[in-house]
Write a protein that binds this ligand. Structure first.
Ligand code: UDP
Length: 403
């Protein structure tokens, strides 16, 4: 296997970092992870025995003087770039796990001279990115990346519509399915009730995920107000948002917690248990989601799921078969779907059983990782000039590897 240097911008956990942890800790060869900032991901990688240097971490903070902050912010990528070149010695390829990481890896390519993989986990569409950011992304993919991996067909399509020349290898996020215990749902529900002082006779709705302007928490609160006795658990934290957004969210969350049946639990690590303990999981992103890990997690937990139809979501949930898909941005559609999920108990139960089976068959780590390893092997073999390089794995999306 090639020696891989994984490169990511943050040590905080979003979906991309959860997936990175799985990639790194299951990598069947030598690897190292370089982060631009410490955080829980860093702690977990160190605990798992992974070599994880942090570059430029001390340069993230803001100061009272704007010009000092600006100078620090401009200086920081240079420190990171120099560090990356130094740390990449002895590695066959750099695996950029985020857009910022990809930009730095591409800009420094003349110096590190490594092959570069870009694991694209964002939809390159106007709703998510400015024209300049999409231009940079196009340049990164076409001129810097030797292999692009996309986390869904929707992400791959958006990449090409943005002017990307190659067809990315599609690799879905994978999950440790043994963490999820659908047979324990009643027990997990009872635990949640006790832990948060819930009313066991009233429905418990779970909304799990990073808090953000397009993640749909505001829409969920609106939808919730249309039900009479629903209790909503909001799980997650505003990780990558501005300080203003974070403050606003916490103020309104406190207000709702005091007046409605809304319980804001903040960031939690026991997601499998929470998913298994609620009656319905809702996903209400107002913009298309590149993939949507929380949807697969709900399916694995055996919990009925309602999700916004857009982006990569319809690749995960088949409407009416493994869950309910709703129109984006409609609190009424959300409330109607919740009401149906709670009323049509038999249908909801059989959809949840089908969903668990489907998720096991398509999103287990054992199934999603081998195509990625195969693509890396192929690329490394090409870079060595080895003849008869292995083809990209069966089951992987048709790929185009440059170079
Ligand atoms: N997550 C978590 N604790 C929380 C909230 C979210 O561990 O309090 C996890 C969640 O289980 C999922 C990931 O964060 O694995 C979010 O990934 P997703 O693709 O749903 O959204 P993203 O953060 O990538 O936009």
């Amino acid at each position: 296997m090639p020696r891989v240097l994984f490169f990511n911008q943050t040590g905080l956990y979003g979906g991309a970092e959860r997936s990175l942890y799985d990639l790194v800790t299951n990598y069947p060869g030598h690897c190292r992870v370089v982060l631009m900032q410490a955080g829980p991901l860093y702690d977990d990688l160190i605990t798992a025995g992974v070599d994880t240097p942090v570059l430029g971490g001390g340069f993230q903070r803001a100061t009272r003087r704007k010009w000092i902050t600006l100078t620090i912010r401009l200086y920081s990528p240079i420190v990171v770039a120099i560090g990356l070149v130094r740390l990449s010695r002895g590695y066959d390829l750099i695996y950029a796990n985020s857009m910022k990481a990809a930009v730095i890896a591409v800009l420094t390519k003349p110096f590190h001279r490594r092959k570069m993989v870009w694991h694209l986990r964002s939809l390159l569409i106007p709703e998510h990115f400015s024209p300049l950011a999409r231009l940079v992304a196009r340049w990164c993919g076409n001129w810097g990346a030797d292999l692009v991996i996309a986390n869904s067909d929707a992400t791959a399509r958006a990449y090409q519509s943005n002017g990307g020349k190659c067809l990315p290898v599609r690799a879905y996020n994978g999950f440790s399915i043994e963490k999820f215990r659908p047979e324990k749902r009643a027990e997990l529900r009872a635990q949640l009730v006790v832990e948060h002082g819930l009313d066991p006779t009233h429905p418990i709705i779970g909304m799990i995920g990073r808090i953000g302007p397009w993640k749909g928490q505001a829409l969920a609160l609106l939808g919730l107000s249309m039900g009479t006795d629903w209790q909503l658990l909001v799980v997650g934290e505003a990780l990558f948002e501005s300080e203003n957004f974070r403050q606003d969210f916490h103020e309104s969350a406190t207000r709702y917690t005091q007046t409605c049946n809304v319980f804001c639990l903040g960031h939690r690590d026991d997601i499998a248990e929470i998913m298994g303990g609620v009656d319905v999981v809702i996903h209400a992103s107002t913009l298309p989601e590149p993939f949507g890990r929380v949807i697969v997690e709900a399916m694995l937990a055996g919990t009925p799921v309602i999700a916004t139809n857009g982006g990569g979501v319809p690749e995960i949930v088949q409407n009416g078969v493994t869950g309910r898909l709703i129109t984006p941005n409609s609190a009424t559609a959300l409330a109607t779907a919740i009401e149906a999920a709670l009323r049509e108990t038999e249908q909801s139960r059989s959809m949840a059983v089908a969903a668990r089976r489907y998720a096991e068959q398509h999103f287990a780590l054992e199934l999603t990782l081998p195509p990625v390893w195969q693509a890396l092997r192929t690329m490394a073999a090409q870079s060595d000039g080895t003849e008869n390089a292995p083809a990209v794995a069966a089951g992987a999306h048709e790929s185009s590897i440059k170079g």
